[in-house]
Design a protein around this ligand. Structure first.
Ligand code: AMP
Ligand code: AMP
Length: 356
């Protein structure tokens, strides 16, 4: 449901506040708002305020006991301040899609796209229509004949993924560790390096940008190589992908044209799959998004997921990336790019175009 909240008519960014939940990429979102001259607000769960105080990035902190206590009273407080909420990975993880859809506050992004991103089969339709190369999906464990990765739905931060080579290996792990969870997908395991491509599409400028890239630092996938193969077997380590941090990457330059095209296709198809609004136009996907890919030794780019919002892999670039340094004359983080989009939308009387 789109917000029913009447959008303030002011063309002065100082009449608005950029708000987000304290975790994930909130530091750069808050700093980015301030750098663009917009006040900011962090909503923190009790006990998690410290970074926002210590780094001095928050103009205001509202503390709540638990995410379940996010209620209409809090939304009233946000409305009073003309707050525009920026969703990020933790925001969606803590609130859940349904609650996000029901929120009656100004929200940067298209809520409708959440449906396409969170439903695995819809996500696949979207990415396939966008002409991207995807890992094969196996219908049943019996089809496993080469390495596959098993992903449970809603696995948070890669926790609970596992690799199997045969149906027997699959059942050995599944029955021992996840006997009751049957909501999973079996994907062809792509051998290559993971690469997360950070895009930004502004409906205000009409331009698609690539802001930066990262790879992830995952436990224990990134530590297994530190011991020899015999010790790995002896220790009976199952590869897991719990996210711990993010590492910046600069890509081979000749890959860039293809990556721009991939991002453009995803935006174009998003406008076809989202319903048209009263104006007869569909907003589709806008703002920051990320294609999560594996690049093989033949330089094929397999996309295994899309995140339709800011990803935490942009955090190494609070002072900008090598790419944003080429394009902007100020340090441009993804958080700041969002704030600038909002600022330009407010100043040109087009705020409704960036709200979902
Ligand atoms: P947290 O607020 O750190 O507990 O994270 C909540 C969710 O956001 C996690 O389950 C991840 O899916 C995602 N997330 C948080 N931090 C990162 C990160 N640095 N890189 C990728 N995903 C992240
Ligand atoms: P995610 O939490 O979805 O970002 O994925 C966690 C990790 O799983 C990433 O580091 C990827 O490298 C890895 N991964 C996910 N899907 C595949 C795949 N189809 N083939 C190889 N690795 C994958």
């Amino acid at each position: 449901m789109a917000s029913e909240f009447p959008i303030p008519a002011s063309k002065n960014p100082k009449d608005f506040v950029i708000a987000t939940i304290g975790s994930h990429s909130a530091l750069q979102i808050l700093k980015g708002a301030r750098d663009e001259g917009i006040r900011n607000l962090a909503i923190c769960k009790k006990g998690s305020e410290r970074p926002y105080e210590s780094y001095g990035v928050a103009d205001e902190i509202i503390t709540i006991d638990d995410w379940s206590s996010w209620d209409s009273k809090l939304e009233e407080e946000l409305k009073k301040r003309n707050a525009i909420v920026i969703p990020h990975g933790s925001f969606i993880a803590y609130m859940g899609h349904d609650r996000v859809k029901e929120m009656d506050i100004m929200y940067y992004g298209t809520k409708e796209i959440l449906e396409w991103e969170s439903d695995r089969s819809k996500e696949r339709i979207w990415l396939e229509k966008s002409d991207l190369k995807l890992p094969r999906v196996l219908a049943t464990p019996e089809d496993i004949k080469s390495p596959v990765i098993i992903k449970f739905h809603g696995a948070s931060g890669g926790f609970g993924y596992f690799i199997a080579n045969t149906p027997e290996q699959f059942y050995e792990v599944k029955n021992r560790k996840y006997p009751d969870n049957n909501d999973f997908v079996i994907q062809e395991y792509i051998v290559g390096v993971p690469l997360y491509i950070h895009y930004f599409y502004s409906p205000i400028t009409g331009e698609l940008e690539i802001l930066s890239f990262d790879k992830r630092y995952e436990s224990n996938a990134d530590s297994i190589g530190r011991i020899k193969a015999a010790d790995q077997l002896a220790a009976n380590i199952h590869t897991s992908y719990t996210i711990v941090g993010n590492i910046p990457v600069v890509v081979r330059e000749s890959l860039l044209p293809q990556m721009f095209e991939m991002g453009e296709n995803v935006v174009k198809i998003s406008k076809e799959i989202c319903k048209a609004d009263a104006s007869g136009e569909s907003k589709g996907l806008f703002g920051p998004f990320c294609l999560e890919a594996i690049v093989t030794r033949k330089l094929e780019v397999f996309v295994f997921e899309i995140s339709a919002r800011i990803v935490a892999g942009t955090n190494p670039f609070i002072e900008g990336s090598p790419y944003t340094a080429l394009k902007y004359d100020v340090p441009m983080s993804t958080g700041r790019r969002i704030a600038r989009d909002i600022k330009e939308a407010i100043e040109s009387g087009r705020l409704s175009e960036v709200l979902g």
